[in-house]
Design a protein around this ligand. Structure first.
Ligand code: AHR
Length: 504
């Protein structure tokens, strides 16, 4: 079947903010320890960070990393993680019932991020702590010197301020599982006053306030409205979190997860704009989708009951071709909302539901999960301006969870300077291939040719990368895509596939 749409620079949605390609490092499981950091690994640098993992992080192309949690942050004393490493306490982390050794803390993480060219997005603890700890942390990180906390940082060997611009006011504070869970009113007031104090220390910082933990929370919608009622003037961004998984063999609905993400974003935008209208505010709140991914929560039942251990293996999902296609389509949804979604973080970066896996031990291997590929290719090529694609014709599919959806999910980016076009397209149909036909309008179409067509697709949609077979799932080159004489991009999309087409 054919699926048609038009590519036209007049259909601009907004500029691609590279911060849409953010990721997340939490002190959870093996994300930090034996993930990014492992001093006894053969590739470790002088600071103890793994060189092999760093190489994969660079290749992934993420420009921003959120840290240190997640649920972890809601019980975290950041002071435990600074100063001489030998003096740092071993703490019980209540969120994941793990032993936190504090060998990696603020200075180690921010030093790694700086060396890697990554923008940090720090979260403060609004579960068990509040205004004082948060403003002290901003002072420790961002004030050049001459005050107690900034001088302590200098004493700890970091003479230049870290200049952290982006801060999260807590994490998932609407969730009953959260240490220090609060009502919307309690959290809204605390977040407003904490944000005010943090701004008093450094007026240049941007703040993210917690929205709902997911769109299914009983307080969804009313939580956002109440929290923004208190914090609207103080904050820049409102957070969203969503994890998707295939349940009960319903792959058709799983492949349509982007429809859920689209609706979720639209509802949060509507709620934020409602508060704006009530307040007669000029400013618009943008969204920080600071946790999103595929996560098979059902596969790891009872992990919270684990006995306390250092670096337990937690939620180390292995991702399949199907999961990678869904990750690619969730990125399409995020790009489609580039006018309002300013920040997004794939959760997490390594081992813990990560696109990168690593094994411990001095010779521990590291490899790319299937989901690594659509993320890395999108981050590298989907740049410039996002162009809306409205399918004018094409097959529709029935899904149990989301009703009828288009078989083709797509978005286009256009680099105005070079003219380069990147078409991202998912064929959600598990049985049938699809011919994408996109008319190039308002562009010198006779100047365009297809540079490459890469796809994640496989005869076995459950195929995955493992330590033994790390390159089982890789992007495959597909021949035959072309721009026809009358200016139409024509490409054959395999069944159940994620595709990247580059035109120049
Ligand atoms: O990313 C794993 C966990 O998922 C985070 O700690 C929490 O914020 C979310 O519930």
């Amino acid at each position: 079947a054919d699926a048609r749409f038009t590519i036209d620079p007049d259909f601009a949605i907004g500029a691609v903010d590279p911060r849409l390609y953010g990721t997340f490092v939490e002190h959870m499981g093996r994300c930090v320890y034996t993930g990014i950091y492992q001093p006894d690994h053969k590739t470790a640098d002088a600071a103890g960070f793994r060189g092999d993992v760093a190489e994969l992080v660079r290749e992934l192309g993420t420009p921003l990393v959120r840290y240190p949690g997640g649920n972890f942050v809601s019980g975290y004393h950041w002071e435990d993680g600074v100063g001489p490493a030998a003096d740092r306490p071993r703490r019980l982390d209540l969120a994941w019932r793990s032993i936190e050794t504090n060998q990696v803390g603020t200075n180690e993480f921010l030093g790694w991020a700086r060396d890697m060219g990554l923008e940090p997005m720090m979260a403060v603890n609004l579960g068990t702590r509040g205004i004082d700890a948060a403003r002290a942390l901003v002072e420790y990180c961002n004030v050049p010197g001459g005050t107690a906390w900034s001088d302590l940082r200098i004493k700890h060997g970091v003479s230049e301020p870290h200049a952290v611009k982006l801060w999260c006011l807590g994490n998932e504070m609407d969730g009953p599982w959260q240490t220090g869970h609060k009502t919307a009113t309690e959290y809204g007031r605390l977040a407003a006053e904490t944000g005010k104090s943090m701004h008093q220390v450094d007026p240049s910082i941007e703040l993210v306030v917690c929205g709902s933990s997911n769109a299914e929370m009983p307080t969804f919608g009313s939580w956002e409205a109440e929290v923004l009622r208190h914090t609207y003037d103080e904050v820049d961004h409102l957070s969203l979190h969503a994890y998707y998984e295939e349940k009960g063999g319903d792959r058709a609905s799983f492949l349509a997860s982007g429809a859920h993400m689209d609706a979720y974003i639209a509802d949060v935008v509507a709620t934020a704009d409602h508060v704006r209208a009530v307040r007669r505010a000029r400013k618009r709140i943008t969204l920080s989708f600071d946790e999103w991914n595929v996560w098979y929560a059902d596969r790891f039942p009872g992990e919270r009951k684990l006995d306390m251990a250092e670096t337990p293996r937690l939620i180390e999902d292995t991702y399949s071709v199907t999961d990678a296609v869904v990750v690619g389509s969730l990125l399409i949804s995020l790009l489609r909302h580039a006018d309002r979604v300013a920040i997004a973080c794939l959760a997490q970066l390594v081992n813990v539901i990560g696109p990168i896996r690593s094994e411990p031990g001095p010779n521990g291997a590291s490899w790319r999960q299937a989901s690594f590929h659509p993320f890395a290719l999108t981050a590298r090529h989907a740049r410039g301006t996002v162009l809306r694609t409205e399918p004018s014709a094409g097959p529709r599919l029935d899904t149990a969870k989301y009703g009828e959806v288009d078989a083709l999910d797509s978005v286009v980016t256009w680099d105005e300077e070079t003219g380069a076009l990147t078409v991202l397209a998912v064929n959600r149909d598990q049985e049938h291939g699809l011919t994408l036909r996109a008319a190039l309008r308002g562009l010198p179409h006779d100047a365009y040719a297809v540079v490459e067509h890469l796809a994640i697709a496989d005869d076995d949609p459950d195929a995955a990368n493992t330590e033994a077979e790390p390159n089982r799932v890789v992007p495959r080159r597909i021949e035959g895509a072309q721009v026809t004489a009358d200016g139409e991009l024509e490409a054959a999309l395999p069944p159940l596939s994620w595709n990247l087409l580059r035109l120049a």
